[in-house]
Design a protein around this ligand. Structure first.
Ligand SMILES: *Cc1c(COP(=O)(O)O)cnc(C)c1O
Length: 359
């Protein structure tokens, strides 16, 4: 089976080899306080930094999921106010977490399937401390332009900027000088089993958490930024972490680095172009996102005149598993993940099978 599902997704092809090696080397039994574990953490952090061009100054922090990362970011960087660009389920979740934590978040909304008109957004209030973006809104397939996010960051130099790149990493190209907090989980673009979240944190965002803590604000318990960093500096974690996932991430980051980030981005573009080209010229399927510049390169949402359930089950019989539209679009849409694991020839194959539905 080849999975084009938005997550969990197709495993990176080197995973079976690394799993066998992990078994042979007792990765799942070694104590998390041992030098052997510290070596794994160090290697994973270094491989990620090299592959993604992350500055030496930034911390690589491990949490349980991207959803946890959202909660930690809210807890650790604001007294009260955050601003959230919301255009679907995942950006809304980030906002809702701030509500649940009794903060006073502000929502800047766009309808599902649309981006934001950044030039018309009024200046953000002075007391907003954190601005949150979802680079690719996985529920609808809208991708924000990185230039727009970076220019918001430049216009608001005193605010912490956070970005969810769960469904766009490692394709997304980040300016780590402009964006303080970048987070993802590993079961999407990295092609790993689920169960690990990663926060890439700037020194400034850690300082903010320390300052809040010093003033007596609640920044959480075992996963505060200061605690995460204190342990990360020793290549350790406070709790018993998902050692296997940290190990696999380091290995896959290295494998991807040997392919090269530019080649990965280039192939992602190529596969996205192929699929959008097909979707734009047939009688059955069409891209859900009308505005070309908002169309995600990594999560492609498809309007279909034929029942998604029927299409998905027919494709499954042919060894291809694609995703269904996110609620409330489950009866009229499909979602196709275009992650680094799937090859150009897999995308060709999928397009061919999709074209068989057209009478
Ligand atoms: C999948 C997804 C999440 C949630 O990730 P978890 O690892 O399940 O917490 C958050 N944001 C986006 C954009 C996603 O696609």
């Amino acid at each position: 089976m080849i999975f084009f599902t938005p997550g969990p997704s197709q495993l990176f092809p080197t995973i079976p080899k690394h799993l066998r090696e992990a078994m042979r080397n007792d990765i799942m039994s070694i104590p998390h306080r041992s030098d052997a574990f510290r070596e794994i953490y160090k290697e994973t952090a270094e491989n990620l930094k090299k592959f993604l061009g992350i500055p030496e100054t930034h911390s690589i922090l491990f949490v349980a999921s991207a959803t946890e990362a959202m909660e930690r970011i809210i807890e650790n960087t604001i007294k009260k106010k955050s601003a959230h660009f919301v255009n679907g389920v995942f950006s809304e979740r980030f906002f809702q977490i701030a509500v649940d934590l009794k903060k006073e978040p502000q929502e800047i909304k766009a309808p599902p399937g649309k981006g934001f008109n950044f030039s018309e957004i009024p200046a953000l209030q002075k007391d907003i401390e954190l601005v949150c973006f979802t680079h690719c809104e996985t529920s609808t397939g809208v991708m924000l332009a990185m230039e727009d996010i970076e220019s918001m960051a430049t216009q608001n130099p005193e605010k912490i900027i956070a970005i969810d790149v769960v469904s766009s990493f490692p394709y997304a190209k980040i300016d780590y000088n402009a964006i303080d907090l970048v987070f993802f989980s590993v079961q999407k673009g990295f092609g790993l089993p689920a169960g690990l979240g990663v926060i890439i944190a700037s020194p400034r965002s850690i300082e903010k958490a320390r300052a809040l803590q010093k003033k007596g604000f609640n920044v959480g318990s075992y996963h505060t930024f200061p605690t995460l960093v204190e342990y990360a500096e020793k290549y350790m974690t406070n709790e018993t972490p998902n050692v296997l996932a940290i190990y696999l991430l380091g290995k896959v980051a290295k494998d991807m680095d040997s392919i090269g980030i530019e080649k990965i981005r280039h192939d992602t573009e190529k596969k996205a172009d192929m699929l959008y080209e097909f979707l734009s010229h047939n009688s059955l399927f069409s891209p859900f996102i009308e505005e070309k510049k908002c169309r995600s390169r990594t999560i492609i949402t498809v309007k279909t005149k034929k029942s998604p359930v029927e299409i998905i089950s027919t494709l499954k019989q042919k060894g291809l598993w694609i995703g269904v539209g996110y609620k409330p679009f489950e009866n009229e849409q499909l979602r196709i993940a275009n992650f680094p694991t799937t090859r150009v020839k897999d995308m060709k194959n999928l397009i061919e099978k999709l074209s068989n539905f057209i009478a």
